[in-house]
Design a protein around this ligand. Structure first.
Ligand SMILES: Cc1cc2ncn([C@H]3O[C@H](COP(=O)(O)O)[C@@H](O)[C@H]3O)c2cc1C
Ligand SMILES: O=C(O)c1cccnc1
Length: 363
């Protein structure tokens, strides 16, 4: 029996937000020269940052964009994506060279980026891609685990190290992204498992597959879950169970994102979430280490059906709802200027006078 001891992995505990700072910031927001509550969904997000930074003056000066790439064995011969596996490599080269949707946005908003190959089938030629390949893709998870516990652990460690490095270079918020053809199939399986809901509620069209391929994708996810459930009892309870589920149903780039979220939470670094892939990793991290959610900010809502359920479970309201379904961290990057606008408004807006604040009711 595989055991967690063999992997020697320590999942760090999250730093918890202090609710007193949330209340103080809400009082400050209410005292600004604007109608009470009028910044809508931005207000609780600003309060969340204040509560994790323990200040009435929450700040983000240096967001970092970290993208992890990996391939999925299940996508090799099955029509579960509209695109072939070779697209992962092509896109990683575009991402690294600043010519993908995500890195065009990152450059436009002055956000530095780092790209990691944690599990691509091929090796991208761009020299800036950090080579941390754990394996050349995962295995087909309809036949057994996508990764061994050791591979999964190694990918988690790479994500943790990426956040540590970014923090050492001044990051005070992380934006996470992924690239991996077929990874919405893995995210659907993770979501059905973590949410305990039927496959039909979570499987979406990903890059835009049609009806027949969608039926195949549902079948693939159903099969993966039943194979995992048959094996599940052999794993011991506790941390190992979370790790075993991620190893069976996830992907190398998704495991790295899980590690990145755990490490950011341990440091109290806010994490701006992207779509369904990063969302599934966020719920995994919250299940594995309750309290992680204190650092999470939902950047946007993806049309993938699992995403609304994942955000609901995390009790997070997205900043944007534009129907974006690019992935790569692009929805989170698109949300960053909105978040920055909220922080700027908080710092720059005048306080309302006592007389004005009392409103008409007091006349
Ligand atoms: C050109 C291209 C660029 C992308 N950038 C992100 N994704 C997104 O699509 C993939 C997931 O969808 P599925 O599970 O249907 O394959 C991931 O790589 C995700 O990041 C892309 C997909 C394509 C084709
Ligand atoms: O939600 C996402 O991030 C997403 C949706 C479809 C395809 N790729 C990514």
């Amino acid at each position: 029996m595989e055991s967690l001891a063999k992997t020697n992995l320590h999942l760090p505990s999250p730093r918890r937000a202090d609710p007193a700072w949330r209340a103080k910031l809400q009082a400050r927001l209410d005292a600004l020269a604007k109608p009470v509550g009028s910044l809508g969904s931005l207000e609780p997000v600003l309060c969340d940052i204040a509560a994790i930074q323990c200040t009435e003056h929450p700040r983000v000066r240096r967001p970092f964009f970290l993208l992890f790439a990996g391939d999925h064995g299940v996508a090799k011969d099955r029509p579960i994506s509209r695109y072939g596996q070779h697209v992962t490599e092509e896109m990683v080269n575009h991402i690294a060279s600043g010519r993908s949707v995500s890195t065009v946005l990152a450059r436009s908003f002055d956000v530095p980026w780092r790209v990691y190959d944690v599990g691509m089938v091929s090796t991208p030629r761009h020299p800036d891609v950090r080579r941390r390949k754990v394996a050349a893709g995962t295995r087909d998870f309809t036949r057994g685990p996508a990764m061994t516990l050791e591979e999964c652990t190694e990918a988690i460690r790479i994500g943790m190290e990426a956040v540590r490095d970014a923090r050492a270079d001044g990051a005070d918020l992380v934006i996470l992204g992924e690239m991996g053809i077929g990874n919405t199939t893995a995210a659907s399986a993770l979501s059905a498992w973590l949410l305990g809901v039927d496959v039909d509620l979570v499987v979406g069209t990903g890059t835009g597959i049609h009806e027949q391929a969608l039926a195949e994708k549902r079948l693939v996810v159903r099969t993966a879950l039943s194979v995992w459930r048959e094996r599940e009892p052999v794993f011991p309870a506790g941390d190992a169970r979370w790790l075993a589920g991620l190893a069976h149903l996830g992907g190398l780039e998704l495991a790295a994102i899980c590690g990145a979220i755990l490490e950011a939470a341990a440091f109290g670094l806010p994490v701006l979430l992207d779509g369904v892939l990063v969302g599934a990793c966020a719920l995994w991290a919250e299940c594995a280490r309750p309290g992680v959610r204190d650092v999470l900010i939902a950047g946007h809502l993806s049309p993938e059906p699992a995403h609304a359920l994942l955000l609901g479970e995390l009790r997070k309201r997205p900043l944007l709802d534009l129907g974006l379904r690019v992935g790569e961290g692009s929805g989170a990057l698109m949300a960053w200027p909105v978040l920055r606008a909220g922080l700027d408004v908080l710092e720059g807006t005048a306080m309302f006078s006592e007389r004005a604040r009392s409103g008409r009711d007091a006349e």
